[in-house]
Design a protein around this ligand. Structure first.
Ligand code: FES
Ligand SMILES: [Fe+2]
Length: 345
């Protein structure tokens, strides 16, 4: 699927960082299998707690390494005992010591990092593609911002969540009964403003009242930033910022990471954290549930039968960006062949 423009858009561009799962999903000593962006992945931690991301496929004959044995600094396949280390090198073939497989780097290994309570990996177009530095949204890079990670897996194509994040107008309708998106106009005229890392999609006639803008950014990690004004009862720190990134699982499911952020430090951060846990978190989950129910009920071919209007120009822009990046990647990967035909819609 990854060798067509449509397939690569559906499963995610390569040569990008993707958030894979919350850190807590991978306890030390366990072998965890997950599917992300169409790849079958094995996640594990070594004795120092460093996380490793590798293909969940034994280099011997393809058994799942995640069904094997965690040996501290290596993983042993349960089928014939072949042992592979964190760099993907086969360190032992117990059934045939000294065979040519020993010492070979035979298991695909993905650069991985852990930040803001999540595990990220670089999914390169080739096995040895050098990763770009992982540049996170400033709201989850530490410093003055405090955050909570809210993680979901939904049964809908990942593009539906991207569309949803770049569609501020749904706040005034789908979430009109929520504690933060009840006020403001229910009509708007939008504009797109280019930025160095992507673009901002914003209402021209309302700001700071409801969900009034979204920013798309591609910094090696593709993410969306937005702000929702908080009522005064929600404590210190000004508006409530969300940094979100979406990772396809396969063409029908995705994982989404919403970091709920506030510019608070010291006692204000403590008080916000308390308030968040005690009162706000439950309300936020209720809002996300409205999104989940809406997106999961949409038909899988929704993009093929749409009638878009002015509020949807960010979606059009985003889809065009993804398609053209996918097309560029495929052409670069197959330089000897004819350029990949554009998919026009
Ligand atoms: S398939 Fe893993 S050791 Fe044989
Ligand atoms: Fe929403």
């Amino acid at each position: 699927m990854l060798d067509t423009v449509e397939g690569r858009v559906a499963l995610g561009l390569r040569d990008r960082w993707y958030a894979l799962c919350p850190s807590s999903r991978v306890p030390t000593g366990e072998l965890v299998r997950i599917e992300r962006a169409g790849e079958e992945l094995l996640l594990w931690r070594d004795a120092a707690g460093t996380v490793h991301v590798q293909e969940d496929r034994c280099p011997h004959r393809g058994a799942r390494l995640s069904m094997g044995v965690h040996m501290g600094d290596r993983v042993a396949c349960n089928y014939h005992g072949v042992q592979v280390d964190a760099s993907g090198v086969v360190v032992s073939v117990p059934g045939s010591p000294g065979c040519a497989l020993e010492g070979r780097r035979a298991l695909r290994t993905f650069p991985a990092e852990e930040h803001a309570d999540a595990i990220f990996a670089w999914l390169g177009s080739g096995e040895d593609t050098q990763p770009e530095p992982l540049r996170l949204p400033e709201t989850i890079s530490g410093g003055e911002w405090g955050h909570f990670l809210c993680y979901v897996e939904w049964d809908a194509p990942w593009l539906y969540s991207l569309d949803n994040l770049m569609d501020p107008m749904h706040g005034a309708f789908l979430h009109r009964n929520s504690h933060t998106m009840f006020s403001g106009k229910r009509e708007a005229v939008f504009q797109i403003r280019e930025t160095e890392r992507g673009f901002v999609f914003e209402k021209t006639d309302q700001r700071g009242v409801n969900f009034d803008w979204s920013e798309w950014a591609d910094t090696g990690l593709q993410w969306v930033g937005l702000e929702i004004p908080y009522p005064a009862t929600a404590g210190p720190g000004g508006p409530f910022a969300i940094a979100a990134t979406v990772t396809p699982i396969n063409e029908r499911q995705h994982a989404a990471f919403f970091w709920r952020c506030r510019k608070v430090s010291g006692w204000e951060r403590d008080s916000w954290r308390f308030l968040y846990r005690a009162r706000l978190e439950e309300r936020h989950w209720a809002v996300l549930e409205q999104d989940r129910v809406m997106l999961e009920a949409m038909p899988l071919d929704a993009h093929r039968r749409e009638n878009l209007y002015q509020h949807d120009i960010a979606l059009v822009r985003l889809r065009r960006l993804l398609r053209s990046a996918a097309q560029k990647q495929l052409s670069a990967e197959r330089p000897a062949e004819a350029p990949v035909a554009a998919v026009s819609r």
